[in-house]
Design a binder for this molecule. Structure first.
Ligand SMILES: [Zn+2]
Length: 221
C-alpha cells in the first residue's frame, strides 16, 4: 500500500508520522524513516512538539529502490517506509515508492504538504495524488487568523504575500503556530521570509490579518 497523508504546515504531520512508526515498531516490524528537507537541517524527522527520530535524508537524485536494496544486502529487514516532507520527492521517487509497494510489499506512508506558496501542487505531491492507494487529509488543527481552516501556506516577506519565486525555500514559519521555537534554525539570510497558514479566502486576498503580533493571537482591546 502507498498512502499519502497531506495537510498544511504545522498540522501535526510529523508527529503523526512518528506515531505510526512507533505503532509498527511495537509490533516488531522494521521500518525506515526517510526525509527530504527536514526543518531541523539534520537527517531526522522532528515534530514541533519536540519528538525526533533518526531518519535517512533522501537526495534529489536518490533511487529509493536502490536504497532499500542496500539495506537488504546489509541484512536489514525493511517492512515499511515512512517518508516525511514527501512533497519534495521527485515524481520519479514517488513512482519508485509505488513500485516498492507493488513489487516487494513494503508499506509506504508518505506525509507532506500538498500545495506550495502559490497554492499549486508540488510535483512530488501531485504524483502521490495520482498514484497513492489511500489519500487522507491530516485533520486540520491549524487555523487562519480569521478562525477558518488554514489550507494554504503563504510565503510572506515584509508583510506581503509573495506569489512568485523558488518553490523550495525553507524558512521560519509563523510564530502563531510554532510551539518550540528553539527547534528551528532559520537561515540567517532569509530571516524576514516566513510562512503563514491562511484560509483560501485570505490566501487569495493576501490578507495576513489585522495585527501581526509575536504570539499570533489577535490583540484584544
Ligand atoms: Zn482566513
Amino acid at each position: 500500500m502507498l498512502r499519502f497523508r497531506y495537510g498544511p504546515m504545522d498540522c501535526g504531520k510529523s508527529t503523526l508520522a512518528l506515531q505510526i512508526n512507533h505503532n509498527h515498531a511495537r509490533q516488531g516490524r522494521r521500518g525506515l524513516l526517510l526525509v527530504r528537507h527536514d526543518r531541523s537541517g539534520a537527517p531526522r524527522i522532528t515534530s514541533r512538539i519536540g519528538i525526533a527520530r533518526q531518519a535517512v535524508e533522501v537526495g534529489a537524485e536518490a533511487d529509493l529502490r536502490q536504497l532499500i536494496r542496500e539495506y537488504w544486502v546489509a541484512g536489514e529487514q525493511v517492512d515499511y517506509l515512512i517518508v516525511d516532507e514527501a512533497q519534495f520527492l521527485s515524481p520519479q521517487q514517488a513512482e519508485q515508492l509505488a513500485e516498492l509497494a507493488d513489487e516487494v510489499g513494503i508499506d509506504v506512508y508518505c506525509f507532506g504538504i500538498a500545495t506550495d506558496f502559490r497554492g499549486e501542487l508540488f510535483p512530488g505531491a501531485r504524483r502521490l495524488f495520482e498514484l497513492a492507494d489511500e489519500l487522507q487529509p491530516v485533520q486540520v488543527e491549524v487555523l487562519c487568523w480569521c478562525g477558518a481552516p488554514g489550507r494554504f501556506n503563504a510565503r510572506v516577506l515584509d508583510g506581503e504575500v509573495l506569489r512568485e519565486g523558488d518553490t523550495v525555500v525553507v524558512a521560519d514559519t509563523s510564530p502563531s503556530v510554532v510551539e518550540d521555537a528553539t527547534s528551528l534554525q532559520p537561515d540567517p539570510e532569509i530571516t524576514t521570509l516566513r510562512y503563514q497558514v491562511l484560509c483560501r479566502r485570505h490566501f487569495r486576498l493576501g490578507d495576513l490579518g489585522p495585527v501581526a503580533v509575536p504570539h499570533g493571537q489577535l490583540r484584544l482591546g
